[in-house]
Design a protein around this ligand. Sequence first.
Ligand code: HEM
Length: 403
Amino acid sequence: MSAPEPRFDLWSPEARVDPLSLYARMRQEAPVARVLSPTQRVPMWIVSRYRDTQELLRDTRFTKDKYKLADEDRLRYFRVEEIEQIDKHMLNSDPPVHTRLRSLVSQAFTARRVEALRPRILAIAQRLLDSFPPGGNVDLLEAFAFPLPVTVIAELLGVPLEDQDRFREWTLTLVSPPHSNNLEPLRKAAIHFQQYLQDFLARRRAEPQDDLTSALIAAEQEGDRLTPVELTSMVFLLLVAGHETTVNLVTNGVWALLKHPEQLERLRGDPSLIESAVEEMLRYCGPVNHTTSRFAQQDTEFLGQVIPAGQMIMASLLSANHDPEQFPQPERLDITRSPNRHLSFGAGMHFCLGAPLARLEAMLAINLLLQRLPHMRFAVDPSMLRWRTGMLIHGLERLPIAF
Ligand code: HEM
């Protein structure tokens, strides 16, 4: 089958306001749709149905490692070479490299290890809430949802918290670049981030501490387990993945509750519902829209469509999680929904390593907010709220609340 002309503009202002209507059309009319990438307008493919997403995420014919592509294909999608010092991480690799890298950190993120962080996460959340102005207004994202997971992951890695504004800015540029052809901001952010991490690692090599980074440096020093570039890339991935997503789970989750006051009151009345409530927030308005990239190494048929060699394919988790074939009345927020096998943490071998941590942070944060702010409400007309640009993250720019 020849490649269809791109018919769906996922990056238009209309799609940013109401992506779900567009995805509903895509699931019906073009479940594997050819679209153009937002920054460089090169062809790529988006999978939008639940079942097909599950299949794609487990399909090992597609590689995560762009260095396996011919140079011209790789450069078509990634013209920022400065990124190469920080992108050799597990999410960009296939077995056996993926297996080796993931096994170096998987023990630090098991449900049991993460549970031990509960008192610390609660203390951080309490302290942030204590600093809210009494009876006032805040941007929940800025004052609570961002600093909470950033503090947790920075402490785990030993990265100085006072540098958070710097790595936040670089992360935002790298993860949610403006839809423009100018790659200069991306290039600069990659250079600064890489330099920052290399300086941090040099300090840790000289003076190891009791943190995950020092444990990784020990693995690097043992020889063949972790190269210097893999080490920098690992810390980069954990730092970025460890906060960029959970921020938006808490913010989007509160946004969803404020839009559905009956669900909010139900949860406030019975905090034990928080576990299924967070699962429903992950499904209804999860923080990751499109997965990261996968590539066809040769012409590869997927659902009757040939994905040409070198081209990029990804799935929309937001769309898969709203597929009526899987979720009855997907547009309804139901904090007791069961079963709720959403795909917000992905599937297959790249299933989110940090899922137990993200779940715990969101459960503690949201229940505490409901307890401590009994009159929490939108401080602006919710139709005025803006969603961020970029392919990966589904998140609000701000969430002003009054309480
Ligand atoms: C609500 C919060 C989070 C969401 C929705 C989320 C979502 C995801 C998704 C969808 C993937 C797979 C992407 C793909 O296959 O293309 C992923 C992978 C990953 N996530 Fe998360 N994530 C969250 C929080 C975290 C946290 C807190 C960490 C902490 C370290 C983390 C670390 C990772 C890592 C290391 C991978 C790569 C796993 C691999 O390649 O084997 N994530 N995440």
